[in-house]
Design a protein around this ligand. Structure first.
Ligand code: GDP
Length: 429
């Protein structure tokens, strides 16, 4: 039998679009052990799950994580004065009934604490993209080691909404919108013990309608698998979950329960009529953890990968709709790159020549300016020299005439002396 459709024949499922000839088996060959092999391998390797908590400082992220995983993660109190929001990632190994989980909890620090909250989402988006990028780089390596690669792609984002009872803040809407195509977003109403039942009901409705009208696509628990379709369908109607976190054990009716003790009573974390904590834990961990991982790989990472490869110039088909081979794409891209490179090189050469010309012209101008100043100084100097020489000549002339006058005066004085001497002699005689 040749078929392009699903064929179910002798317990053998043959996949669509492949021309496969289905054959009957005349005895047991052990194909039915394949699922067990998969389970054993997965158990041996362990699982990895990466959870991102987005919410303002003090909204209850760390407490909820401790409550969810029934443990005490090392929690450092975050300050409210971060100049820019950032993220802290911590990885832990958890083990339950022989199943190992490598859990990474990424938490925002200082989210929305800044005066200008416009770009508060940016560090989160950058973090999510950076994890996709490092997976893509590993995939593109010639020698890949994906089997022991620590996959840090974010599988789910728990978005903590403040229990204001009013509406979502614009920061909430903007951040969820920026994230919804990159990660599975599950909104939760934090500290829901601080809001009354009636208010909570209308708050949930308001949040959902705001998300819809803003086009934010939050994660929907899948309903295509009939084993979980029922419960997932019901739980989708309870979103966003209203949660309460606490690791404190309180005695209620001779039973130790986790809750928060108030003067008027105890809010029990695991009591479905007090909050949706159990619903969240069931949906996140017991029922849909694998779907969250698969959606991350098949939907969000796939989108990232497609955009990045297209950015790098790879196409599946050529403009003439023929399938493009990797080699052709690489060669075309290389040529394009070389063309661009030569263009830039030529441009830089031109710029260099222009710059040299400009500098030469500037130097010439400076030289001319200097020459002009030199000539001017020389002229001034010569004029000054002439003026001084003239002055000197006049002085010398003055001196000459003075000397002449003095000589004349001396000459005039000389005969009167000799006449006087003669008179004396005559008188003595
Ligand atoms: P983070 O900064 O978001 O990690 O917040 P924390 O988990 O450190 O919690 C900050 C404060 O809120 C602590 O005093 C917690 O005890 C309290 N808190 C945490 N969860 C809840 C909750 O569900 N209800 C109430 N009322 N308080 C909570």
């Amino acid at each position: 039998i040749y078929s392009y459709e699903f064929v179910y024949y002798e317990h053998v499922l043959i996949f669509k679009d492949r021309k496969v000839r289905a054959l009957p088996l005349s005895g047991h060959v052990g194909l039915d052990a394949l699922p067990d092999q998969l389970v054993n391998k997965s158990l041996g390797q362990g699982f990895c799950f990466n959870l991102l908590c987005v919410g303002e400082t003090g909204i209850g992220k760390s407490t909820l994580m401790n409550t969810l995983f029934s443990t005490d993660f090392e929690n450092l109190e975050s300050p409210h004065f971060e100049p820019r929001g950032k993220l802290r990632a911590r990885t832990y190994g958890l083990r339950e009934n022989g199943v190992q989980l490598k859990l990474t909890i990424v938490s925002t620090i200082g989210f929305g604490d800044q005066m200008n909250q416009q770009d508060s989402y940016q560090p989160i988006v950058d973090y999510v993209d950076a994890q996709f990028e490092s997976f893509l780089q590993e995939e593109l390596k010639i020698k890949r080691s994906l089997h022991n690669y620590h996959d840090s792609r974010v599988h789910v984002c728990l978005y903590f909404i403040a229990p204001s009872g009013h509406s979502l803040k614009s920061l909430d809407l903007v951040t969820m919108k920026k994230l919804d195509r990159k990660v599975n977003v599950i909104p939760v109403i934090a500290k829901s013990d601080t809001i009354s039942r009636a208010e909570l009901h209308s708050f949930k409705m308001k949040i959902m309608s705001e998300l819809v009208s803003s086009g934010v696509q939050i994660y929907q628990f899948p309903t295509d698998d009939e084993t979980v379709a029922g419960i997932n369908g019901v739980m989708n109607g309870h979103l966003p979950f209203a949660v309460v976190g606490s690791t404190e054990a309180i005695n209620v009716g001779n039973k130790l329960v986790r809750g928060r003790q108030y003067p008027w009573g105890v809010v029990q974390v695991e009591n479905g009529s007090h909050c949706d904590f159990v619903k969240l834990r069931e949906m996140l961990i017991s029922v849909n953890m694998n779907d969250l991982r698969e959606q991350t790989h098949a939907r969000h990472y796939e989108l990232y990968r497609r955009c990045r490869l297209q950015e790098m110039g790879f196409r599946d088909t050529e403009p003439n709709r023929k399938p493009a081979s990797l080699h052709q794409t690489y060669t075309a891209r290389r040529q394009e790159y070389l063309r661009e490179f030569h263009g830039v090189e030529e441009e830089m050469k031109q710029m260099f020549v222009q710059k040299v010309k400009r500098t030469e012209a500037e130097l010439k101008d400076a030289e001319e300016e200097l020459q002009f100043r030199f000539e001017r100084m020389k002229r001034l100097h010569q004029q000054e020299k002439k003026r001084l020489e003239e002055k000197r000549r006049i002085l010398e002339e003055d001196m000459n005439s003075f000397n002449k006058m003095r000589a004349a005066v001396e000459l005039l004085q000389a005969p009167s002396f000799s006449t006087a001497g003669k008179k004396d002699k005559d008188h003595k005689k």
